[in-house]
Write a protein that binds this ligand. Structure first.
Ligand SMILES: Cc1cc2nc3c(=O)[nH]c(=O)nc-3n(C[C@H](O)[C@H](O)[C@H](O)COP(=O)(O)OP(=O)(O)OC[C@H]3O[C@@H](n4cnc5c(N)ncnc54)[C@H](O)[C@@H]3O)c2cc1C
Length: 292
């Protein structure tokens, strides 16, 4: 029997991942699984453990570069309503890990709950944002988290409470295989005031993103006290191109991919940028994007 055969129609074999990713490059997953319920997801996680199949969850794939060779094992996408629901109760909002961060922000704003609006314009899902502690100098998602519900490698549910969780710059200690839901503690405020701050944050964030390209990724972390984009720009690397991958002219921390570009092009461009910045400034740029 082939791997995960018992899950029938929720499993897609040899499924190209590029269309699911922000950079629109990369090869297929051996098995892409779209569970319809928590029970089904738990069973998939248990099976992966039993059969020693590598298991990964893909969110909006805004922070993932899939290699052209593709991904061995199982990739799970949490797109069914059971994984994307958002509930508001008092000053708390509970969101499924598959929900878009933009939805979470707008639901909170509608309910007159403030805090998350500084994250407006960050693409991706709640699960991905928690793993990467998405945010910037004006705040990050981690600071509002009260608890996170996860599946461990045996498909059992655990609740990670605030005091067990650590969030630092683009990092969290959430390393369970699957994040299921998260609860956020927010502050009441007038919806008008929240929307005003959202607009301001949106303008600021969009000013720092490439505009014209659909396929773009924020590649490097900012080294302590420095800006990755500024270093890349000062090294004269804006618009540098390898195959179909190009350092964005507008925001040098991003790489954009032209039609026909490959993950290999992106990886070669990353190596070139890192070595030039190292030579010029003695700074080692760390990857923000996760390479699969
Ligand atoms: C145009 C653009 C602008 C951006 N601006 C910002 C910014 O201002 N600030 C910032 O911090 N980031 C920014 N990013 C990066 C990215 O948007 C964030 O890191 C985002 O939070 C990633 O979410 P995602 O759902 O796409 O995660 P993915 O890229 O799909 O996944 C990221 C990691 O999280 C894991 N993961 C995802 N979901 C789950 C889950 N349910 N359970 C377990 N693991 C999971 C994945 O396996 C992977 O390891 C930007 C990216 C782009 C393309």
């Amino acid at each position: 029997m082939a791997a995960l055969d018992e899950f029938g129609e929720i499993v897609k074999r040899n499924e190209p991942l590029a269309p699911y990713t922000y950079l629109r490059v990369g090869g297929p997953a051996d098995l892409l699984v779209l569970p319809r319920s928590r029970e089904e997801l738990a069973a998939v996680v248990r099976c992966c453990g039993r059969d020693k199949l590598p298991l990964r969850v893909i969110g909006g794939a805004c922070n993932i570069l899939v290699r052209d060779e593709g991904v061995r094992g199982v990739v799970v996408r949490l797109t069914e309503p059971v994984f994307t629901e958002i509930h508001v109760a008092g000053n708390r909002v509970q969101a499924g890990a598959g929900a878009a961060v933009s939805k979470l922000i707008s639901r909170a704003a509608e309910a007159g709950l403030a805090g998350l609006e500084t994250l407006v314009g960050i693409p991706g899902t709640v699960g991905g944002a928690l793993r990467c502690n998405a945010g910037d100098r004006s705040g990050d998602i981690g600071q509002f988290v009260r608890q996170v519900e996860v599946f461990d490698a045996k498909g059992e549910v655990h609740v990670r409470e605030r005091d067990e969780l650590q969030f630092t710059y683009h990092w969290s200690n959430l390393d369970d295989p699957v994040v299921l839901t998260a609860e956020f503690q927010l502050e009441p405020d007038a919806p008008d005031a929240i929307v005003k701050r959202m607009r301001k944050a949106w303008i600021l964030r969009k000013a720092g993103q490439p505009l014209t390209y659909q396929a773009a990724g924020r590649i490097f972390k900012n080294p302590r006290g420095l800006s990755a984009s500024a270093l890349i720009e000062q090294a004269g690397l804006a618009k540098t191109r390898v195959g179909g991958a190009e350092v964005s002219e507008r925001e040098a921390g991003f790489i954009v991919v032209h039609p026909g570009g490959t993950a290999r092009d992106v990886l070669r461009l990353i190596d070139l940028v890192r070595s030039r910045v190292q030579e010029r400034f003695g700074v080692e740029l760390e990857l923000e994007i996760r390479v699969w």
